[in-house]
Design a protein around this ligand. Sequence first.
Ligand code: SF4
Length: 367
Amino acid sequence: GFPAPPSRPPRRRRVSRQIMVGSVPVGGDAPVSVQSMTTTVTADIDATLQQIAELTASGCQIVRVAVPSQDDADALPVIVRKSRIPVIADIHFQPRYVFAAIEAGCAAVRVNPGNIKRFDDKVAEIAKAASEHGVPIRIGVNAGSLDPRLLERHGKATAEALVESALWECSLFEEHGFRDLKISVKHHDPIVMIEAYRRLAARCDYPLHLGVTEAGPLMQGTVKSAVAFGVLLAEGIGDTIRVSLSAPPAEEVKVGIGILESLGLRERGLEIVSCPSCGRAQVDVYTLAEQAQAALAGLDLPLRVAVMGCVVNGPGEAREADLGVASGNGKGQIFVKGEIVATVPESRIVETLVEEALRIAAERGLT
Ligand code: SF4
């Protein structure tokens, strides 16, 4: 007979240079990292550090802060010192804040050359300061603020225009022997964005920061980012990701981690496999799944937990899970690896799942 196809085709990752963003390697064989950006006024040091702490707790590995004013630049040394994850300064209009950020010890600086006046003249100085401090630079090209010269040539922010802009800026740094660069070419349309990153990936070996810009509110932004990153990461393109949402930044991190987990690029933490519910359901599956998620998430265990609405398909569907429940007649049958280990009243389903999860974790030496 025919050999069974592999369950997951081998994924060839694009070979990129590795840079260090503080303690986090980006590119090369480093795991794809998840980053986000604070929404606080950076100069409000307490609020910014509070949000960075929340992001860190949610799994964010690199954080970016906006630096639109001198007060923000002045806040950087304290923020950098107190943050537990590397801090990137995001600079749009003022080259002098680039130097301030480098001096402040930021792990990297993001510049948007299209937005920095006479950027080309400043590159020599920026490259010198950055290399003296071992600070990489992200060239962050954005469809909404493309270099006017390229906008004129291409008529609009096409994939090719974004790529040309990024590679042109890189070439300015290369002229000064500076290659600690990473690049993003963001567009709000996933189709253009995917095309831009594909072209960029083929034409340079810099690590790539994936992002769909202005992706939208939670639901729309999640879908756009998951589709765009999914396509690219499955092709081996992308070294660090930032999901942009019009929602609290910790949500961006959760979505980013979920995308990497879904692609097998990161070991899963808790995964709730819940049925969509149907006319056979004998409990409120949505509520039960949410309660189970809430109760188990805090345990921070790599478990797959099935929540099934009925006993017709429940046990079968739950067999692949570490643990599960199939509900019926006001009771829940609790399964471990598809075998019933307990039958409990509905009110005790969630606590029994937690007990069993802890038992499994103890058996596997996870606690
Ligand atoms: Fe319907 Fe039961 Fe399947 Fe849930 S497990 S979708 S309730 S048949």
